[in-house]
Design a protein. Structure first.
Length: 184
């Protein structure tokens, strides 16, 4: 299974349009750095979470793409974090017209704590989203579409085709996935 399949934007917009105006939409993303063959890459995950009627479960649409990471220092991921923000903004702009009067939030995987590595781009990232999307984005700890959905989406999609003792990973509970991730 190719977990790097692109989001079908038209399907996302059609699904949003079918929902009641009480439905909430969250757009978020995450990235992770990997070394492949001695070269650094980043896997960027972006997702749209459609929270049906704001209280009836959700449907998650997402995609993962891999690009070269040019950040020189692991503890200074400025370029990777801003690429993540650009991708989130692009996704938001693609679905915005379908949102209509529904609540729509942009969630960034940026930590507001001053000692966090991602904090170095917080002002720039928030300013970019405000200027490009005309919304005030939410950051950690108030950004579950970025902190949890995008993070888990990439892991689940990547491991869907893997099996563990004959049982597919998608059949596992969230707590088992979390434990598996810690041991991996």
């Amino acid at each position: 299974m190719d977990y790097r399949k692109k989001i079908d934007i038209e399907a996302v917009k059609a699904f949003i349009r079918e929902q009641a105006t009480e439905t909430k939409i969250y757009v978020g993303g995450d990235s992770e750095r990997h070394k492949v063959g001695g070269v650094w890459y980043a896997d960027y995950t972006v997702c749209v979470v459609v929270h049906i009627n704001g209280n009836r479960g959700c449907k998650v649409f997402g995609e993962v793409c891999r690009e070269r990471d040019y950040d020189q220092k692991k503890n200074k991921p400025h370029l990777r974090l801003m690429n993540e923000v650009y991708k989130i903004a692009e996704l938001y702009l693609k679905i915005h017209e379908a949102v209509g009067e529904r609540v729509c939030e942009v969630h960034l995987d940026i930590n507001e704590k001053k000692n966090a590595v991602s904090n170095e781009v917080m002002d720039q990232a928030v300013g970019y989203i405000r200027g490009t999307c005309n919304v005030v984005p939410l950051v950690k700890p108030n950004s579950p579409a970025a902190s949890f959905c995008a993070d888990r989406f990439s892991e689940i999609k990547q491991r869907t085709s893997e099996s563990q003792n004959g049982k597919f990973i998608t059949d596992m509970s969230a707590s088992k996935l979390k434990r598996r991730r810690k041991t991996a």
